[in-house]
Design a protein around this ligand. Structure first.
Ligand SMILES: Nc1ncnc2c1ncn2[C@@H]1O[C@H](COP(=O)(O)OP(=O)(O)OP(=O)(O)O)[C@@H](O)[C@H]1O
Length: 455
């Protein structure tokens, strides 16, 4: 039994009866009606999968004009309806015209039941695949518009960030390969999206591949695809990510994590601009723009022999070096305010203000995890805050990550020591024993300090 609804429209009661009797043992729901004028009501009330439509309704009519009219009407409601026309023998030319107008198929009356079933089940398969394709298209275009809305979401106006954005603006509309470098959480993925959005490929696919998550076995089948039977689990042909990104952009994240053998395989694809699916010998041309990213020092890796120089040259036509958050000046406060706003909305709170002490801490902290860490800290602070402002206490920052502050107090201590030693020497006119006595030091310890401070 096929789980589908068939609507049969014919003015001949005998035809409707025999269609219903036969079809209801094969399809889950069969609806019949005598006049096409009821189509609108029927289609708005039920989800109909296939419509079996007669061509003539008025007495004596045989030119099929009515059928063509109703066919066009149905397809104007929704192009995805599957309409099968019923036509008398000898009117095949009319059926051909109907197919040109968008009918899926036709069947001659009187029909053989087996033929009718075969036609309807083929139409059902077609209906399923067009619906699947249109669902995928809807998903694709909604993802695309999500991304488009995110364009311009790069927050910050520090000179360090503006420099990167200038390069981004220049390189985006070209098809040049771009390598994005930066510490964890500096926004490499955000910039890769932005590059795609500002490129001529913005209406095509943006394919993100996390190379760090692909082991040696999966690498080839995921990236290059495979043919049915290429390995035990390959039950169907499957295109790889490169093919799926056709016409668009492929973003190879964590490229520094690739082993040398996989680097060689990737290089071949980038050089030839073709992929070969596993288990096939045919080469398929690919047209994709490449963006790669890593937080690893590729130059050093090349020097050590753990990253291929030829692959580096292939991927780094232009490099974007994203600054760490601690070098982005007041961007940190701008970003914190942005996250406080976003998380207040998410958690139905109104915690959009950051108090001055908290702001000072945010500026002093080193943010080793960059923007991602800031995002988590502000999320937690919004959740924990008792009133409508984020306080120092809500941030719960780890003391160990205040290197800037620690360095400053070290300097003060040394400076103070130098000052005390120099004052004591002046007071006692260079007399080491007296100066050492006043400072509570041995003569040797004082000599060491005189040398250290160059006094
Ligand atoms: N300029 C920005 N404005 C707003 N949010 C940002 C910005 N840059 C990054 N983010 C946010 O910070 C988080 C980390 O960014 P992203 O994942 O792009 O970093 P990454 O460098 O790719 O990190 P990793 O190296 O760990 O993969 C994300 O949630 C992202 O939305």
């Amino acid at each position: 039994m096929i789980n589908a609804t068939i609507l049969v429209i014919d003015d001949d009661d005998d035809i409707l009866l025999s269609a219903r009797l036969f079809l209801k043992s094969h399809f889950s729901q069969v609806t019949t009606c005598r006049s096409p004028k009821e189509i609108n009501v029927l289609l708005s009330r039920n989800e109909v999968d296939i419509i079996l439509l007669d061509m003539n309704y008025q007495k004596g009519a045989s030119d099929g004009r009515e059928g063509l009219y109703w066919l066009e009407h149905i397809l104007s409601v929704d192009r995805e309806y599957v309409v099968i026309l019923m036509t008398a023998y000898g009117n095949v030319e009319l059926a051909v015209r109907a197919i040109k107008k968008g009918a899926t198929d036709f069947i001659l009356k009187p029909w053989e039941n087996e033929k009718l079933f075969a036609t309807l089940s083929a139409a059902w398969k077609l209906r399923q695949s067009t619906r699947k394709a249109s669902r995928l298209e809807k998903i694709r275009s909604s993802l695309q518009s999500d991304l488009a809305n995110r364009a311009g979401a790069i927050i910050g106006s520090s000179p360090a960030l503006l420099g990167v954005q200038r390069t981004l603006g220049k390189v985006a509309p070209t098809d040049a390969n771009v390598l994005i470098l930066g510490e964890n959480g500096t926004g490499k993925q955000v910039f890769a999206h932005e590059l795609h959005q500002l490129s001529n490929r913005r209406n095509q696919v943006f394919m993100h591949v996390d190379l760090g998550a692909l082991n040696e076995n999966l690498f080839e089948s995921e990236l290059f695809g495979y043919a049915k039977g290429a390995f035990t689990d390959a039950r169907d042909d499957k295109p790889g990510r490169f093919e799926l990104a056709e016409g668009g952009t492929i973003f190879l994240d964590e490229i520094g994590n690739l082993s040398l053998p996989l680097q060689a395989k990737l290089l071949t694809v980038l050089q030839n601009r073709t992929v070969t699916r596993l288990g096939e010998s045919r080469e398929r041309k690919i047209d994709v723009r490449l963006i790669a990213a890593t937080n690893m020092p590729l130059d050093e890796m090349v020097a050590k022999g753990t990253f291929r120089q030829d692959l580096l040259f292939r991927i780094n036509t232009v490099e974007l070096l994203l600054p760490p958050l601690r070098q982005r000046g007041d961007d940190v406060l701008e970003l914190a305010a942005h996250f406080a706003n976003a998380f207040s909305t998410r958690y139905h709170k109104d915690c959009r203000t950051i108090d001055p002490q908290a702001a000072r801490l945010i500026q002093q902290y080193a943010w080793p995890g960059n923007i991602r860490e800031l995002q988590h800290v502000i999320e937690r602070a919004v959740i924990m805050a008792d009133d409508d402002r984020i306080s120092e206490h809500d941030l719960q920052l780890r003391q160990t990550h205040f290197p800037a502050a620690a360095a400053a107090s070290d300097m003060q201590l040394e400076e103070m020591e130098r000052l005390m030693v120099s004052n004591a020497l002046n007071k006692h006119k260079g007399n080491i024993s007296k100066a050492a006595g006043e400072l509570g030091l041995t003569r040797a310890a004082l000599y060491r300090r005189i040398e250290k401070f160059g006094l």
